[in-house]
Design a binder for this molecule. Structure first.
Ligand code: IMP
Ligand code: MG
Length: 175
């Protein structure tokens, strides 16, 4: 067994996602959001949260990677850019997890030069212990300890993304 029992259950995730969506709906009241899902990891979180946000949303995607198996390569690759023109628009990025912060910092800097009216980050999970750059998500689902987790969009070697809950992943079989 490589994947443990749920660390965050379907029910915990559902209720936290609703809370985040309510916060975002309040904060952006009267505005339109360009909501950018960062793929692949954020696909499930993004699909769930956009359904619950109560302000007009323009959905877009950005495909990026920096991880091989359980380690960051430190090099961020943008495989596919957003298609929307974000100048003077309110942009909200949705990411699965912030670890070193390198990926989001790179994406944020790349988008900021396009002069959006605002650019904020909503991360489903936040692992603060490994942070290498200054990067603070504006909205966080759960702060988690230094464990490698899978499920709810997050992968190990592109597997386990389809689990409906978050589980701790171990490369050995000691679970
Ligand atoms: P960062 O650049 O180190 O902040 O890494 C962010 C990216 O690494 C995330 O978008 C994930 O794709 C991946 N990542 C970091 N930690 C985990 C984890 O515990 N499980 C699965 N993917 C992770
Ligand atoms: Mg990711």
């Amino acid at each position: 067994m490589l994947v443990g029992k749920p660390f965050l259950t379907v029910e915990q995730i559902r209720s936290r996602v609703k809370e985040l969506a309510d916060r975002i709906s309040m904060d952006y009241k009267g505005n339109e959001i360009i909501a950018v899902g960062i793929l692949k990891g954020a696909f499930m979180f993004f699909a769930d949260i956009v359904k619950l946000i109560q302000v007009p949303i323009n959905v877009d995607f950005l495909v990026a990677s920096s991880y091989i198996k359980t380690r960051t390569t430190g090099e961020v690759i943008i495989h596919a850019d957003i298609r929307e023109n974000i100048k003077d628009k309110h942009v909200l990025l949705f990411e699965d997890i912030v670890d070193t912060g390198v990926t989001l910092k790179y994406i944020k800097d790349t988008l900021l030069v396009r002069n959006p009216a605002s650019l904020k980050i909503c991360a489903f999970l936040d692992k603060k212990t490994h942070r290498q750059v200054e990067l603070e998500p504006d909205y966080v689902g759960f702060a988690i300890p230094d464990k490698y987790v899978v499920g709810y969009g997050l992968d190990y070697d592109n597997k386990y993304r389809n689990l409906p809950y978050i589980a701790v992943f171990k490369e050995d079989s000691s679970l």
